[in-house]
Design a protein around this ligand. Structure first.
Ligand code: GRF
Length: 368
C-alpha cells in the first residue's frame, strides 16, 4: 500500500536490526485504531515507554471489516496510519491485510510485543503467539482505559441519532461524592453496558483524597476537588456553592447525581438545578435520614431496610421519593454485611432511576 505514512515490513525489519546493534528495543503492537480515542492514546504511550521505538501494525480495511463487521472501518487505512504517525509515541506504521498480524511479526521480529488488557499471554491468538515465540519477543499486557473504545463511541453516536430521550440527546451527568465512589462506578458501568443512555461530564468532590476522584480520572472523566469552606454541620460555604454551579454550567450538565456526597445542598445550586438533583440514601426513607442509616436500622431490630433514590430539596434526605429497593436484615448481619447488601441494591437501582428520571423530565420539559 502506497502512502508516506505507511512503511514496508521489510524496511522496518532492517531498522529493527539497526536498533538491535545499538542495544535498543523495538516495541510492536497491532490493532485497528479506527476513530482514535483517549484509551488508544494512553495505551500507545504506555507501550512506547516499554522500549526505545515503536511500530504499529495496523489492520488493513478488509481485515477490520472481517473482525468488526460491515460499516467498519470508519476511517481508511491511509487515514488511520496518518493519524497514528502524528502521535509522538508512534515511529512507524505497517499495514497488514490478513486477519492476524502473524506474517508481519515474523518479518519484523520485535523485541517487545504490547497487547491490551482484554488478553492474557495465554489467550493471545495461537498463531501470533507462536510467531512471537519464534522472534523471542517479550509479551507485555497493558491495562485498558475502561469505557473507552471505538465501538462504544459509535454506539453513543448511533444512540444520539436515534434519540433515546425526548429531546434526542443523552443527559450529561455530574456526579458529586465524598467517598469511595462505588455508585459512580455503577453508573459508569451501566453507561458502558448501554443500559443507561447518559454521559458523565464531570465528577466533583469536597475531599481531595476521595477514591471517587481517582476512579473518574481512570476513566478520563474530568475530576475536580472543591474547597468546601469552613461552615459547620455539613454545610457548604457560599464560594463552594458558586464554584459547583459554575463548574456544572461550564460542563453543560443536565442532571446532578449525589453519590455519597456528605454535604448539605442549598441555593444557588438547588435553584440552578431545581428538580434535577438526585440522591441515593441507604434506608427506606422517611426512616433513618442522615448518617449511618443502616446502623440505625440494625440497632432498631427492624427485619428489613433498603435504599431510596429521591430528589434533593433543602432538607436532609427529605425530597420526593422516586424509587426504593428493600433489603432483608438477616440474623447474624453486622453493619458491614448489611451495608454491603444495601450497596448491591443501590448499584442496580440508581442507574435505572437516573434513566427513568431523565426521560420523565425531558418529556415534561422538551427544552431540557
Ligand atoms: C451509599 O451507601 C449511599 O447510599 C450513601 O453514601 C454511600 C456512598 O457510597 N449516600 P459510594 O461512595 O457510592 O460507594
Amino acid at each position: 500500500m502506497e502512502s508516506s505514512f505507511i512503511s514496508d515490513a521489510d524496511t522496518v525489519a532492517q531498522w529493527r536490526d539497526a536498533l538491535d546493534r545499538e542495544g535498543k528495543k523495538l516495541v510492536f503492537t497491532n490493532g485497528c485504531f479506527d476513530l482514535l480515542h483517549v484509551g488508544h492514546v494512553r495505551y500507545l504511550q504506555e507501550a512506547r515507554a516499554l522500549g526505545d521505538a515503536m511500530v504499529v501494525a495496523l489492520n488493513g480495511d478488509a481485515s477490520v471489516r472481517e473482525l468488526k463487521g460491515e460499516g467498519r472501518p470508519v476511517n481508511t487505512a491511509e487515514d488511520r496510519a496518518e493519524i497514528l504517525c502524528a502521535l509522538e509515541c508512534v515511529d512507524r506504521v505497517v499495514v497488514f491485510d490478513e486477519k492476524r498480524a502473524t506474517r508481519v511479526i515474523d518479518i519484523i521480529r520485535p523485541h517487545l510485543y504490547a497487547k491490551g488488557g482484554d488478553y492474557t499471554p495465554e489467550s493471545l491468538n495461537p498463531e501470533e503467539r507462536a510467531a512471537l515465540d519464534r522472534a523471542d519477543a517479550e509479551i507485555c499486557i497493558l491495562s485498558l482505559v475502561p469505557g473507552k473504545s471505538t465501538s462504544a463511541t459509535l454506539k453513543r453516536m448511533q444512540d444520539d441519532g436515534a434519540g433515546d430521550c425526548a429531546n434526542g440527546t443523552r443527559p450529561r451527568l455530574a456526579v458529586l461524592g465524598s467517598g469511595k465512589g462505588s455508585n459512580f462506578e455503577a453508573v459508569a458501568r451501566a453507561i458502558d453496558a448501554g443500559t443507561l443512555t447518559a454521559e458523565i461530564a464531570v465528577v466533583i468532590s469536597d475531599m481531595a483524597d476521595a477514591k471517587i476522584l481517582e476512579l473518574a480520572k481512570a476513566r478520563g472523566i474530568p475530576a475536580i476537588q472543591i474547597e468546601p469552606g469552613s461552615e459547620k454541620g455539613g454545610h457548604l460555604g457560599d464560594a463552594a456553592l458558586k464554584e459547583i454551579v459554575d463548574r456544572l454550567t461550564a460542563a453543560s450538565v443536565d442532571l446532578v447525581i449525589l453519590a455519597g456526597f456528605m454535604r448539605i445542598v442549598r441555593a444557588p445550586l438547588l435553584s440552578a438545578f431545581a428538580g434535577r438533583i438526585l440522591n441515593i440514601h441507604p434506608s427506606l426513607l422517611p426512616k433513618y435520614p442522615g448518617l449511618g442509616a443502616w446502623r440505625q436500622a440494625l440497632k432498631s431490630g427492624d427485619s428489613e431496610t433498603g435504599c431510596t433514590v429521591h430528589l434533593v430539596d433543602e432538607g436532609v434526605d427529605t425530597g420526593t421519593i422516586l424509587a426504593q429497593a428493600k433489603v432483608p436484615i438477616l440474623p447474624g448481619d453486622d453493619a458491614d454485611t448489611l451495608h454491603a447488601r444495601i450497596q448491591e441494591q443501590e448499584h442496580r437501582l440508581y442507574p435505572q432511576v437516573i434513566g427513568e428520571q431523565w426521560k420523565s423530565h425531558a418529556t415534561a420539559d422538551p427544552q431540557a
